[in-house]
Design a protein around this ligand. Structure first.
Ligand code: PLP
Length: 382
């Protein structure tokens, strides 16, 4: 009887034979021929400048499995479906975590990701918070290397504004009926090309404070990237869209006074005396973009950085306001509606100068247009 991993490889190799456009590509598997650079292939033909944020099936995904107390080596799958027990833990009891990383083609042609080691570390924190067996950092990075190498023809070209979105996720798959942690896990990384976030310029949006909805509780899962947080944020996002806003801003759920974060991004503000302020709270996601912006604001632009509780009453005092995260880097905010008040910041068509400067700088580092002096870009061997 062949071990599971061998069978998977054979199946993968067989289905590769039928994959359109891959006939000349020699598939390679971990521990075999693809330890170094992968052969360079022509990019897929897509309208890169007009891509949205949707899911397009790419050539491969990579998976590793935890069973009998240990992780398997990662395996390449050309098939985008999964085969699961209908009693799998995560379907019923939610052991399900994920990450989001962007991969860029830089000005000099290098293919890089922005600080993925931080995502690997946060993934471990998320697993621990959900009583899951963490994916070791080395396995995370090895799987990431392979999935990007093998799908490199899907990395949008430099100058298109688009990027390859990388989605690592892990779920408890043991068939269970009782509520308990799974003893079996599947870890998958999928990739899909996504378009530029700001197609018509770096434009500010309209946000609203929700004082009757909560996303996460102080001792809950808000600090980590558990799928559970996103389902509890859906009500706010749907309501925001319905009411004509881009997103919701949550308040702390104890005093209903301090700003938490927006649906999928941390809250940031610039004060009149040039301070970068962002909420400190045990129930907001530890954003890698925010961490990077804070470092740049302080070290490169000489700003004072404050991470502290921000009262909703301070909304009237800020000069510029935004939401930050991997998807957009910064989404500038023009107005925030809170009860019967509307706070406005700068012009409705143009982001303020400080947030624009910060946004441009991170973007330039990601694209290899500015010096990467903090060593944030991770280069793939392609
Ligand atoms: C709830 C939430 N907050 C903040 C962020 C920003 O985090 P990062 O900068 O690591 O993408 C995200 C996006 O990942 C998010 O989903």
């Amino acid at each position: 009887m062949k071990p599971f991993i061998e069978i998977t490889k054979i199946l993968a190799q067989q289905s590769l034979k039928f994959s359109v456009g891959l006939k000349t590509f020699n598939p390679c598997f971990f521990g075999e021929s693809c330890e170094g650079a992968c052969p360079k292939r022509e990019k897929v033909k897509l309208d890169w400048k007009n891509l949205g944020f949707g899911y397009a099936v790419t050539d491969y995904n990579c998976r590793a499995f935890f069973k009998n107390g240990k992780w398997s080596e990662p395996t390449i799958f050309p098939d985008e479906t999964i085969n699961l027990s209908i009693a799998a833990q995560f379907i019923h009891y939610g052991q399900n975590i994920f990450e989001g990383i962007k991969v860029f083609e830089q000005k000099n042609g290098d293919i890089t990701a922005f600080r993925p080691i931080e995502n690997a570390k946060r993934f471990i924190q998320s697993a621990k918070a959900c009583e899951m067996v963490p994916v070791p950092e080395e396995l995370f990075m090895k799987t990431l290397d392979k999935v990007v190498q093998l799908n490199h023809r899907w990395v949008p070209p430099y100058g298109s504004g688009a990027s390859l979105y990388v989605r690592p996720f892990q779920m408890g798959v043991e068939p269970l009926m009782g509520v308990k942690p799974s003893l079996q896990y599947t870890f998958i990384i999928l990739v899909t090309p996504v378009g530029a976030y700001f197609k018509s310029g770096f434009k500010p949006g309209k946000f609203a404070v929700a004082d009757d909805l909560d996303r996460a509780a102080p001792f809950g899962l808000g600090k980590v990237k558990a799928a559970a947080n996103y389902v509890s944020g859906l009500r706010g996002t749907v309501r925001a869209k319905h009411d004509g806003y881009n997103e919701i801003i949550y308040l702390d759920c104890v005093q209903r006074k301090y700003i938490e974060e927006s649906g999928p991004a941390n809250f940031i503000a610039i004060t009149k005396d040039n301070k970068y302020v962002t909420p400190k709270s045990s129930s907001i996601l530890t954003s890698i973009t925010n961490m990077s912006l804070r470092e740049i604001a302080e070290k490169d632009f000489g700003m004072t950085v404050e991470e502290r509780p921000i009262s909703v009453d301070e909304l009237a005092d800020f000069e510029e306001v935004g939401a930050c995260g991997t998807a957009a880097i910064i989404s500038p905010i023009h107005s925030i509606t809170y009860k019967d008040k509307v706070f406005t910041y700068g012009s409705p068509d143009k982001a303020g100068p400080k947030l624009t400067q910060l946004y441009n700088h991170i973007r330039a580092i990601q694209l290899g247009e500015a010096e990467d002096k903090y060593n944030w870009n991770y280069k793939f061997n392609i």
